[in-house]
Design a protein around this ligand. Structure first.
Ligand code: IPE
Ligand code: IPE
Ligand code: MG
Length: 264
C-alpha cells in the first residue's frame, strides 16, 4: 500500500490526532447498479474496501475504528438481500481470523445481538474472544445497530438502577449516561466519514457525534481507498475544533476587543 502522508504529521499535534474514526459505509448497491451488476456484488466489493480501510487506519495509527455495517432500519430491505448480507458478514468473520490476529486487530460488534442470525452470532462471539488481547487497532462493527434504540436501552438500564435504589435520579449525569452506551470507555468519534454523497447520520452514534467532525465523500463505498482516507484525515487536520469555547487566537482577539470597548 502506498500512502503519501507521513504518520508523524498526525502525531505531532495530539489535538489533531484521530483517536476514534467512525465510517458510514454507503453506496454498495449504487456501485453495483451503475455497472449493471446485482446489488450483492456491491456488498462483496464493500468487504474489500473494509480491508483497505483497516490497513490504512493501522498505518495512520488510529486506535479505534467503528464501521456501520447493518442498521436496525436495514431489516426493511428485501429478505434475500438481508440474508445475503448476513452470510457475507459470517464469511468475513471466518475468513479474516488469521489476518486480524497477525495484524493485532481486535474485533467487537455492537448493536442488538438478539435479532441477528445464530450462525453470525456464533462466528462473532468466537472472533471477539480470540482477538480480545489484540491491541494495535480496535475494529468495532455496528450490526443491527440504531442509535435511538441504544439510547432507549440506556434509559431502561438507568431507570432499573433508580427503581432498585442503586442510584438517585440526580446521579444521572452525561458521564453516567455515556457509560451506559456501547461506547462506554471509548472516546467519542473525532471524525465521521460518510460515503456515496449522502449528508446524514442515518441513526449512527447520535449521542456520541455531538462534537464529531463530519466528512462526506462522493464515492461509493466499494471505491473508497486509502487515499480517500488520507484526504479525509488531511481535511480533519485543517479544521479548528472549538467545543463551544474560544480557541487561543480568538481569546487574544476577544480580550483586545473587550479592552478597547472599555477604553471608549
Ligand atoms: C451500504 O450500501 C451497505 C448497507 C447499508 C448494508 P447500500 O446497500 O445502502 O447501498 P445504496 O445506498 O443502496 O447504494
Ligand atoms: C446507512 O446506510 C446504514 C449503513 C451504512 C449500514 P443506509 O443506506 O441504510 O441509509 P439511508 O437509508 O440512505 O439513510
Ligand atoms: Mg444506502
Amino acid at each position: 500500500m502506498q500512502i503519501l502522508y507521513d504518520n508523524k504529521d498526525f502525531i505531532k499535534d495530539s489535538k489533531k490526532f484521530v483517536k476514534h474514526l467512525a465510517v458510514i459505509m454507503d453506496g454498495n448497491g449504487r456501485w453495483a447498479e451503475q455497472r449493471g451488476l446485482p446489488r450483492w456484488k456491491g456488498h462483496e466489493m464493500g468487504v474489500h474496501a473494509v480491508r483497505r480501510l483497516i490497513e490504512a487506519a493501522g498505518h495512520f495509527r488510529i486506535p479505534v475504528v467503528s464501521v456501520f455495517a447493518f442498521s436496525s432500519e436495514n431489516w426493511k430491505r428485501p429478505e434475500r438481500e438481508v440474508r445475503l448480507l448476513f452470510s457475507l458478514f459470517r464469511r468475513y468473520f471466518l475468513s479474516e481470523r488469521k489476518n486480524l490476529l497477525r495484524n493485532g486487530i481486535r474485533i467487537s460488534v455492537f448493536g442488538r445481538r438478539d435479532r441477528i442470525p445464530e450462525f453470525v452470532r456464533e462466528a462473532v462471539t468466537t472472533l471477539e474472544n480470540e482477538t480480545r488481547k489484540c491491541s494495535r487497532l480496535h475494529l468495532r462493527i455496528a450490526l443491527d445497530y440504531g442509535s435511538r434504540h441504544e439510547i432507549v436501552e440506556a434509559v431502561h438500564s438507568l431507570v432499573r438502577d433508580v427503581v432498585s435504589r442503586k442510584i438517585m435520579p440526580e446521579q444521572i449525569t452525561e458521564e453516567l449516561f455515556s457509560e451506559s452506551l456501547s461506547t462506554a470507555d471509548i472516546a467519542d468519534p473525532d471524525l465521521i466519514i460518510r460515503t456515496a454523497g449522502e449528508h446524514r447520520l442515518s441513526n449512527f452514534l447520535l449521542w456520541q457525534a455531538a462534537y464529531s467532525e463530519l466528512y462526506f465523500c462522493p464515492k461509493f463505498w466499494p471505491d473508497f481507498s486509502e487515499f480517500d482516507l488520507e484526504k479525509a484525515l488531511a481535511d480533519f487536520q485543517s479544521r479548528t475544533r472549538r467545543f463551544g469555547a474560544l480557541v487561543a487566537s480568538n481569546i487574544y482577539q476577544s480580550d483586545n476587543r473587550d479592552a478597547s470597548s472599555e477604553a471608549v
